[in-house]
Design a protein around this ligand. Structure first.
Ligand code: PMT
Length: 411
């Protein structure tokens, strides 16, 4: 039977907390699942558990001293870093979290962490007050934004006597998280969009009236972000072009984020990537009109009325449709009535391959919600009718449709 972690090389960083004793079970379970576990211990970790225990369980040499180079032909921390598929720090103390956040490298583990390009998972374990300390929270936030994944500590009786959050997650659970990580990674490597370059637009454009005022719309970015996550999970190389959004964009370092403000900025960002892209999804709500002039300084109050003259923006989707080559082009249509009629009109007029119509007057559909209700059309007619579903699910189904068609076109 193939073991779930067969062929995976995992660096297990063990730092100095009482939970270090659980690292023995973790090492054993990861090894039994087929992983090659390279343990790196800090000096403090060795106060809690011996190298010999971990060496016996992992059947590998255990590292703790940066300068104890036994093989003159290699540099251990670089070799280890290069060979890793995943780095797991369990238990992770407040100290290693701070060192990682600030890029310190004063021992074997922290030095290796700077040399690593593989994904990093951190399972913190500490006293509840330490876990809630603003410095620790801020350091974890820094790492999270850098793409580090956290395995949150559990709640319960802590070694220090307190009851609360800070207990290292159980080894069985950590192993499950690691297994899931590799399953997801496998999907990305062999998913239906693997090898495809996809560009997704999200959010609402901002058309400046003056430095402090603008015209925009209610798009939160949720639909576009869901599409970016789904595309990545299906293996695509994702570029996310996001205008103003309420939500934080996905934190996957593999999703290339480009921030823009106005319809014109979005036009330029999209056009720059058009030739090289396989699938373009335009989920952004782009302004149809912008102020003819944008004042360089704040417009002062004067008179009872103020007239703003608006001029048309470039229709990005229409421009793409006119210059379509191999690309698969998906547009969205946000409608408040006659959704099918207007969506199909856009499909034809803008030369789209698919149009996703959402009637934004329906409860649970359109702007700002976590759900959507969509009907998807191609030139023949309705191809997908999705009643209320999460935006993640809508994204998956729309992209599946695109993936099937792109694959079919290549046959
Ligand atoms: O961001 P959320 O809060 O999650 O909300 C999701 C959404 C409602 C914004 C999304 O589902 C949606 O419908 N996006 C398209 C909104 C829109 O601008 O629709 P439209 O019918 O005005 O435009 C049709 C298409 O042309 C869209 O793909 C749009 O990106 C594109 N367009 C429009 C104008 C313009 N100047 N250039 C464009 O490319």
């Amino acid at each position: 039977m193939v073991k779930s972690l067969q062929g995976k090389s995992i660096i297990l960083g063990i730092t100095g907390g009482i939970a270090a004793y659980k690292a023995a079970a973790l090492t054993s379970k990861l090894t039994q699942k087929g992983a090659k576990v390279h343990v790196i211990m800090t000096a403090s970790a060795k106060q809690f558990i011996t190298e010999l225990t971990l060496q016996s369980l992992s059947k590998q040499r255990v590292f703790s001293d940066t300068f104890q180079e036994r093989d003159p032909s290699s540099i251990s921390h670089i070799d280890l870093a290069d060979s890793a598929d995943l780095v797991l720090i369990a238990p992770a103390t407040a100290n290693i979290i701070a060192k990682m956040a600030h890029g310190l490298a004063d021992d074997m583990l922290s030095t290796t962490l700077l040399a690593v390009t593989a994904p990093i998972m951190v399972a913190p374990a500490m006293n509840v007050h330490m876990y809630q300390h603003p410095a620790v929270i801020s350091n974890m936030d820094t790492l999270y934004k850098r793409g580090v994944q956290f395995i949150e500590p559990g709640e319960g009786q802590l070694a220090c006597g307190y009851v609360g959050k800070g207990r290292l997650e159980e080894p069985e659970t950590i192993v499950k998280v690691v297994e899931n990580f590799f399953v997801r990674q496998q999907e990305k490597e062999s998913g239906p969009l693997t090898g495809k370059k996809i560009v997704i637009t999200a959010g609402g454009t901002v058309e400046r009236i003056d430095p402090v005022r603008y015209i925009s719309n209610d798009s939160s970015g949720k639909m576009g972000f869901a599409l970016a996550r789904a595309a990545r999970a299906m293996g695509a190389e994702v570029t996310l072009i996001a205008a103003r959004t309420d939500e934080a964009p996905p934190l996957d370092p593999a999703i290339h984020l480009v921030r823009v403000e106005s319809a014109q900025d979005m036009y330029e960002a999209v056009m720059d990537r058009w030739t090289d892209c396989d699938i373009m999804v335009k989920a952004a709500a782009v302004a149809d009109y912008r102020p003819r002039q944008s004042s360089e300084s704040k417009i002062k109050k004067s008179g009872d009325t103020l007239t703003l003259e608006l001029v048309k923006t470039t229709d990005i989707l229409e421009s793409l449709g006119k210059n379509k080559d191999k690309q698969f082009l998906i547009g969205f249509a946000a409608e408040t009535g006659n959704a099918e009629f207007y969506a199909r009109d856009k499909l034809i007029r803008k030369n789209l391959d698919l149009v996703v119509a959402n009637d934004v007057t329906l409860e649970g559909a359109g702007f700002g919600t976590d759900t959507n209700i969509v009907k998807v059309y191609d030139i023949e007619g309705l191809v997908l009718d999705l009643p209320l579903a999460s935006k993640d699910e809508v994204a998956r189904q729309v992209l599946r449709l695109a993936a099937d068609r792109v694959a079919g076109a290549l046959l």
